[in-house]
Design a protein around this ligand. Structure first.
Ligand code: DAH
Length: 360
């Protein structure tokens, strides 16, 4: 009998260790320890043995049963571990942070330039004011000392809106603002004086060629206080162009000009050179017109309800596209508004790496 038992042990052991999946192992378990299994079958023969043989065989079979059960358990653990390792290897999930995708969007040169302007003027103590794109005749012209029928109105190529039957009269006539100077009036009326503001926004004129588009942007400045004079205007605008063009000793000059809302009025030029075909801003033999400016006309101050004998100030206005073109070498104004992605990826600014980034 003991020879039988050790043969059976060998047989079952190799059966169990050959089982390489849980189903085969279960079949081996049934074959060894199941109700009709080999060991169970031998157990059933114990009854026909004499007491001595039954005792030794019974003990040997119990040992075999425990050994086989332990082997099965060990094999089951090994197979489950193997199965888990296979699943872990095949069902991998990468929880590490993926790298930032390359940024494709670019900041438009208009946005970039307006941010630069804001940051320079904010550092000089100007605050930002806003006004509507749809204006009325009074804010766009009359309050700014363009009386009805004044020839300067003709120069603005105004887009008028259809007449509003509820609002009668010349002053209420609706239009798309032709300049941001309208906000001088609104801001003085809303905030009072003294005041120190810049305005940035869209303006509209019916004109289209290499230097004109029907919609463009302006930046306007206004200071009203007691004892403001032309020296303040000159110092402020000189500091501004030097900061904006990043040329410390940039030469400037003022030429007499005419705007209805300033007296005296001037145009400011900055130095440049055109030697070698390119345009270089700085000391040179030529000048570039940059902006219009002047001392606010007493009528404008009066129209806003203040006494021009007590308050004076200066104002200036410039085209945002024009100064962006000069700083960043963009040759054609119309391309700003063509929404051409190739243009934007060439002239646009990386959102994470921008020059003169506004800090305020
Ligand atoms: N509004 C003028 C224009 O559109 C620009 C301008 C000139 C604004 C002189 C001003 C200024 O405030 O003082 O052409």
């Amino acid at each position: 009998m003991s020879a039988n038992i050790s043969e059976l042990k060998e047989e079952l052991t190799s059966l169990i260790s050959a089982a390489n999946d849980l189903d085969t192992l279960e079949a081996a378990r049934v074959q060894a320890l199941g109700k009709k299994g080999r060991i169970t079958g031998l157990m059933k023969t114990l009854g026909g043995m004499d007491p001595e043989e039954r005792k030794t065989t019974g003990q040997a079979l119990n040992v075999l049963k425990d050994e086989i059960a332990a082997l099965i358990e060990g094999q089951e653990r090994a197979l489950k571990k193997q199965e888990m390792e296979q699943r872990l290897a095949s069902e991998t999930l990468d929880v590490s942070l993926s790298p930032r995708p390359e940024t494709k969007g670019k900041i438009h040169p208009i946005s970039q330039t307006m941010e630069e302007l804001q940051s320079i003027f904010a550092s000089m103590g100007f605050s930002l004011a806003e006004g509507p794109d749809i204006e009325d005749d009074w804010h766009n012209f009359t309050a700014l000392n363009f009386p009805p029928g004044h020839p300067a109105r003709e120069m603005h190529d105004t887009f008028y809106l259809p007449d509003d039957p509820d609002e009668q009269g010349e002053a209420a006539k609706k239009l798309l603002r032709t300049h941001t100077s309208t906000v001088q009036i609104r801001a003085m009326q809303e905030q009072g004086v003294p005041i120190k503001i810049i305005v940035m926004g869209r303006t509209y004129r019916s004109d289209y060629d290499i230097t004109h588009t029907p919609m463009f942007h302006q930046c306007e400045g206004l200071i009203i206080d007691k004892d403001i004079h032309m020296g303040h205007l000159k110092g402020c605008l000189m500091d501004f162009v030097r900061a904006y063009f990043e040329v410390e000793d940039l030469p400037i000059q003022f030429r007499p000009s005419y705007f209805p809302f300033t007296e005296p009025s001037a145009e400011m030029d900055i130095g440049c050179s055109r030697k070698g075909g390119g345009l270089k801003i700085g000391h040179g033999d030529d000048w570039l017109e940059i902006l219009g400016c002047g001392m606010v006309h007493p009528n404008v101050i009066k129209n806003c309800g203040f006494d021009p004998d007590e308050y004076q100030g200066f104002a200036f206005g410039m085209g945002v596209e024009r100064i962006a073109m000069l700083k960043y070498g963009i040759p054609d104004l119309r391309t700003f508004f063509e929404s051409d992605n190739r243009w934007l990826s060439h002239y646009g600014f990386d959102p994470l790496d921008r020059p003169n980034r506004a800090t305020g």
